[in-house]
Design a protein around this ligand. Sequence first.
Ligand SMILES: [Zn+2]
Length: 92
Amino acid sequence: MGQTATINETACPKCGSESKPFGRHRNGLQRYRCLASDCAKTFTEDHKPAFRIEEYLLTDQGRMAIKLLLEGTSVRSAERLTGCIVTLSFAC
Ligand SMILES: [Zn+2]
């Protein structure tokens, strides 16, 4: 439960390939290494951006998610109904 990572979040910033966890940075952020053998770049996950309502408003699903939340729908239900990952950065 709570597995919300997506491929995009851990894609190599250099070549865009998938990466795998590669230890932890001393500040606690997850480190990753690119799976492309000709790249193998290591990088640290981005700091999670704060919730930004503007991004949700760009898509129908995002707008629906906001609407559901305003109606008192639980975050989990809003996620299920819209396919948006509401608790993270915009990830429809
Ligand atoms: Zn790479």
